[in-house]
Design a protein around this ligand. Structure first.
Ligand SMILES: *[C@@H]1O[C@H](CO)[C@@H](O)[C@H](O)[C@H]1NC(C)=O
Length: 293
């Protein structure tokens, strides 16, 4: 039977487009909007999630699952224009007073002025490990990928595949490391004009509200996933350390280290590990291990 060539072509296009839909992340499967009274939305069949903030409220979402170690990517497009006073937080956290946490926070600014990307790591309830950066692009013009690699040896923050910060396991020098508590993914858009922009000097201009941040292409490769109190860990999973390329033992190669050094040299604006005023008695012990020189 001879069908004209274009009927095969349209069949191919149909197959290609349906597999794209199947492979794309779907926020309905992995996340719940948890607050904001309709200000958080999953749209385009779950391909896109948006959070918004107005004078009455912000909004937020969280993952259905909890993760214990993983490589987690999310694309974010931040509040454009005059975003002064707004904070978009995107982080992993466990529960309770001795919780672990891995934080990205994006502090908005006046139109044309740079966002600050604020990062922190908590272990056993202790944080105070801030590092802050400017970005080498406008994070409001397009989506960019913000990743967290969390394995037993290290936590690496990466932006579009470029590592910006490494927090190494420093248990050998007495520093607790996040490794026993599963964490959920959280994000929220809220107002913090008492401190966020230029130290609280620039207030939010509510005439620009609602402010909106967008999310897409979530991906998590995790060895153990907790769902309603039950863990499922798969040992022959491609995501669970099988094979030489696995993330469970991933370290930064020479190229990645050089790129991280470039970011830290040119875009890092605060590092607790060099803040002598704050640590007159000497820097926290993990600082020596994380020196990137
Ligand atoms: C906002 O812009 C000012 C001026 O360029 C800069 O000092 C500040 O770090 C920027 N970011 C924030 C969040 O204040």
């Amino acid at each position: 039977m001879a069908y004209p060539w274009y009927s095969y072509l349209s069949l191919l296009i149909l197959i290609a487009s349906s597999s794209m839909v199947a492979n794309g992340s779907n926020f309905y499967n992995d996340f719940d909007i948890t607050w904001g009274d309709g200000r958080g939305k999953m749209i385009n069949n779950g391909q896109l999630l948006t959070l918004s903030l107005d004078k009455a409220s912000g909004s937020g979402f969280q993952s259905k699952n909890e993760y214990l170690f993983g490589k987690i990517d999310m694309q974010l497009k931040l509040v454009p224009g005059n975003s002064a006073g707004t904070v978009t937080a995107y982080y992993l956290s466990s529960q309770g007073p001795t919780h672990d946490e891995i934080d990205y926070e994006f502090l908005g600014n006046l139109t044309g002025e740079p966002y600050i990307l604020h990062t922190n790591v908590f272990s056993q309830g202790k944080g105070n490990r801030e590092q802050q950066f400017y970005l080498w692009f406008d994070p409001t013009a397009d989506f960019h990928t913000y990743s967290i690699l969390w394995n037993p040896q290290r936590i690496v923050f990466s932006v579009d595949g470029t590592p910006i910060r490494e927090f190494k396991n420093a248990e050998s020098v007495g520093v607790a490391y996040p490794k026993n508590q599963a964490m959920r993914i959280y994000s929220s858009l809220w107002n913090a004009d008492d401190w966020a922009t230029q130290g609280g000097r620039v207030k939010t201009d509510w005439s620009h509200a609602p402010f909106t941040a967008s999310y897409r292409n979530f991906n998590a490769d995790a060895s153990c996933i907790w769902s309603s109190g039950k863990s499922s860990c798969s040992s022959n999973n491609k995501n669970n350390g099988g094979g030489s390329k696995s993330w469970i033992n991933e370290a930064l190669d020479a190229t990645s280290q050089a790129r991280m050094k470039w970011v830290q040299k040119n875009y890092m604006i605060y590092n607790y590990c060099t803040d002598t005023k704050r640590f007159p008695q000497g820097f926290p012990p993990e600082c020596a291990m994380n020196k990137n020189s």
